[in-house]
Design a protein around this ligand. Structure first.
Ligand code: NAG
Ligand code: NAG
Length: 255
């Protein structure tokens, strides 16, 4: 029996090896593209509406609806893969029963419908998630993101620790990361951008999850943001601004 196992192992290794060799020989131009299901981690990304509009391009209008007062979902992104299947469409009827929750927790803040935002996220990222059973349909994907938003609630983590949005007060990076570490047992990726007044502003938080949704997965394949994004990891020696939501002047919440 042991012999059979090692034989099988050896056979598996040979297959792997020849596969790698094959790729080296023939796929030189196509740089290491991951297969649909090869991803190991996924990023659960949440945005802060109070600062979202500050760094938004002028070609968009920014509107923060009255109903939006909390951190919102930006997306659930399997790492290192993108646009896995553009033949798999998202229809409104797929989201029956989820739409009101999605509008509240995964809204578009620009002059583009939330549904269009969901469609884009689905095509870019959701279609790559479908190879695990828990995410194998449009409604499972969006429903799971809503559950993660409750599970990894930045609102409650910050509120419990007395971290409140403010124009005047800033928080040391170490304080914020320690609070999230104790809430989620991992340190998420805090993302910032610098505003025109030179303030380091918290805009987004990325939590890296294993396929079973526990946090702490390490995989740097999907670490970088789409090119053109002004977001980057917050500077660890900085004091960080957590701007309040300002519906009147969302691009300049703290003049
Ligand atoms: C959104 O608003 C901007 C700025 O007002 C405008 O230029 C753009 O055409 C609008 N886009 C859509 C899709 O309505
Ligand atoms: C989730 O998966 C990771 C990696 O496979 C594993 O280390 C961890 O124990 C799992 N967590 C749970 C709750 O099953």
């Amino acid at each position: 029996m042991g012999f059979l196992c090692s034989l099988l192992l050896l056979w598996g290794c040979t297959l792997l090896f020849s596969d790698a060799l094959y790729k080296d020989l023939w796929d030189e131009e196509e740089e290491q593209k991951l297969g649909f299901c090869d991803w190991k981690c996924m990023m659960f990304v949440q945005s802060w509406p109070g600062s979202f509009c500050v760094f938004l391009g002028k070609r968009f209008n920014c509107v923060i609806p009255l109903s939006i007062n909390d951190w919102i979902i930006h997306g659930l992104w399997p790492s290192g893969v993108r646009e896995c299947c553009n033949c798999w469409h998202l229809f409104r009827s797929d989201l029956q029963g989820l739409e009101s929750q999605l509008s509240l927790h995964w809204p578009s803040l620009i002059n583009q419908t939330s549904f269009l935002f969901w469609q884009n996220e689905w095509h870019k990222h959701g279609s790559c998630a479908g190879c695990i059973e828990t995410l194998s349909s449009t409604s499972k994907y969006f429903g799971t993101a809503l559950k993660l938003h409750t599970l990894y609630s930045l609102d409650s983590a910050f509120q419990r620790a007395g971290i409140v949005p403010s124009c005047d007060r800033s928080y040391p990076y170490k304080t914020l990361s320690r609070i999230l570490l104790s809430a989620f047992r991992v340190t998420p990726d805090l993302q910032c951008a610098m505003d025109e007044k030179g303030r380091e502003v918290l805009v987004q938080v990325k939590i890296s999850l294993y396929r079973n949704f526990s946090a702490g997965c390490e995989d740097f394949q999907g670490a970088s943001d789409p090119s053109g994004s002004p977001y980057r990891p917050c500077r660890e020696n900085a004091n960080i601004y957590y701007f309040p939501i300002n519906r009147k002047t969302p691009r300049d919440p703290c003049p």
